[in-house]
Design a protein around this ligand. Structure first.
Ligand code: ZN
Length: 476
């Protein structure tokens, strides 16, 4: 029997507000343990939470960016459970009345196929504290600085059908969060976390199979490997005549496998009830419209504009708009240079190649958009060849000097003087009579040899178009 995976993702994104969701404690990362705490986030008796308006606005931004319907009235609920990092004994979340529902995110796969993934709901909640286990001693400590940090949970419909689609969806969600400026979306640092619900069913059938929930997926790579592993595992269980059990499984990245953690709890295990300390949240149309008006350009719209305004291939537009900072870099550079495609080639090829090799982000680029533009203009105006430009670029990275200065200093200006190039062409032809004969006998591939010889003689400075033209004329 052929099986089809059914995958739904729950993303927790930490919001970049200055203060916590229900108190005025700082959310700044990296402070000494238990210094950003107060009676409210420590869960002392008799205190009252006060909702942070910025958290609501950030949640509204994400809701609008994913085409969700924002509820005019939503409510906070208590999710009851005990854990040492949760001093109140309950987490304030939203349950039956979330702030937003029924949206979607469009994804594009590497082969260009597009797909729409539904968003079931977005809700706001508070984060718990952090347990620190000391491997050298039999103790664990708890840091409550993170307690009460605002999160939004974005729950997808079970529309995802492969590990690759899950990866594409997560990247798109993270990109939207970053464009909106509401979350760092940093998976490694835990500000963007993902749980995956995975089940399989015979292809062509409707009812869902029993699902397992995968937790602890703290990199894009792990999400994809864990889902692929889970699909395989469930196929084997069913293939052996067994039943998949509903459970929570932890991804063990070192062992490249998942381990059963516990039976999956149902919503009723949490005894949700409306939080009596918080009034229902009322959002009117005017507020929604004012947030909508302030939305920045989002990845999809920006991609469409890149296709239109710069006439870039879809592949280029996809990569360049995948992160706001990268798109900004491209545009800052492209406004100086005539041909956007040359900018795109250099940013995606040479620059990203260098940054990836050094593990740097685009914000840490050693070459600014203006500096790269200066180099590309030198190519466009035929002052240097594309090949020489690579040497100049390397030197810019090494020395931090400007392109023009390097070209002048090293005497790299391209030779476009036809008579000067012609002299070299003649010299190369005279020096290689055997190759000339073979070329004339029909070995067209030798053209590359002659071009290479001329470029070598001119130390790469001869204008390649002129070299080609002259060689063709003389050998043809
Ligand atoms: Zn506090």
């Amino acid at each position: 029997m052929e099986f089809e995976p059914v995958i739904g993702l729950e993303v927790h994104a930490q919001l970049k507000t200055n203060t916590k969701i229900f108190c005025s404690c700082s959310t700044k990362f990296g402070a000494d343990p238990n210094t950003h705490v107060c009676p409210v986030c420590l869960g002392m008796p008799g205190v009252l939470p006060v909702l942070n308006k910025t958290v609501v606005e950030y949640a509204m931004r994400m809701a609008l960016a994913t085409d969700c319907t924002i509820a005019h009235q939503s409510r906070f609920a208590r999710k009851n459970y005990f854990y040492p990092d949760l001093p109140k004994g309950y987490q304030i979340s939203q349950y039956e009345l979330p702030i937003a529902e029924h949206g979607h995110v469009n994804i594009t796969m590497e082969d260009g196929t597009k797909k729409r993934i539904g968003i079931t709901r977005i809700h706001m909640e508070e984060d718990a504290g952090k347990l620190i286990h000391d491997p050298t001693r039999p103790v664990s400590r708890v840091d409550f600085n993170r307690t009460g940090t605002p999160l939004i949970e974005i729950v997808s419909e079970p529309d995802i059908r492969s590990p690759e689609e899950a990866g594409a969806y997560l990247r798109q969600v993270r990109s939207i969060l970053r464009y909106l400026g509401i979350s760092d979306g940093n998976m490694e640092e835990g500000s963007f976390r993902c749980d995956a619900n995975v089940s399989i069913r015979p292809r062509g059938t409707e009812p869902f199979g029993t699902r397992a929930e995968l937790k602890n997926l703290n990199s894009f790579k792990y999400v994809e490997s864990a889902i692929a592993y889970e699909i395989k595992r469930q196929k084997m269980v069913i293939g052996d005549g067994g039943d998949v059990v509903q459970e929570t499984r932890l991804w063990d990245s070192a062992g490249n496998r998942s381990i059963s953690m516990r039976g999956k709890e149902e919503a009723h295990d949490y005894r949700y009830f409306p939080d009596p300390d918080l009034v229902p949240l009322v959002i009117d149309d005017e507020w929604i419209e004012s947030v909508r008006k302030r939305l920045p350009e989002l990845p999809e719209a920006r991609k469409a504009r890149f296709l239109d305004e710069y006439a870039l291939p879809e592949y280029d537009a996809d990569i360049l708009t995948s992160a706001k900072e990268l798109a900004d870099y491209f545009e800052d550079c492209a406004k100086e240079v005539e041909n956007p495609k040359i900018v795109s080639n250099w940013v995606m090829g040479t620059l990203l190649g260098l940054l990836n090799a050094e593990g740097k982000s685009i914000e840490e680029s050693p070459v600014s958009p203006a500096q790269l533009a200066e180099l590309l203009i030198l190519i466009e105006t035929s002052v240097i060849s594309g090949k020489i430009a690579k040497t100049v670029f390397d030197e810019m990275v090494k020395s931090g000097k400007a392109a023009k200065a390097i070209v002048e200093e090293k005497g790299l200006v391209q030779v476009t003087d036809e008579s000067a190039i012609e002299a070299v062409v003649d010299q190369v032809i005279d020096a290689n009579p055997a190759e000339v004969e073979k070329f004339k006998a029909g070995n067209a591939k030798l053209m590359g040899f002659f071009v290479g010889q001329v470029m070598r003689e001119t130390k790469g400075k001869a204008n390649p178009q002129i070299v080609n033209k002259l060689l063709k004329k003389k050998l043809g």
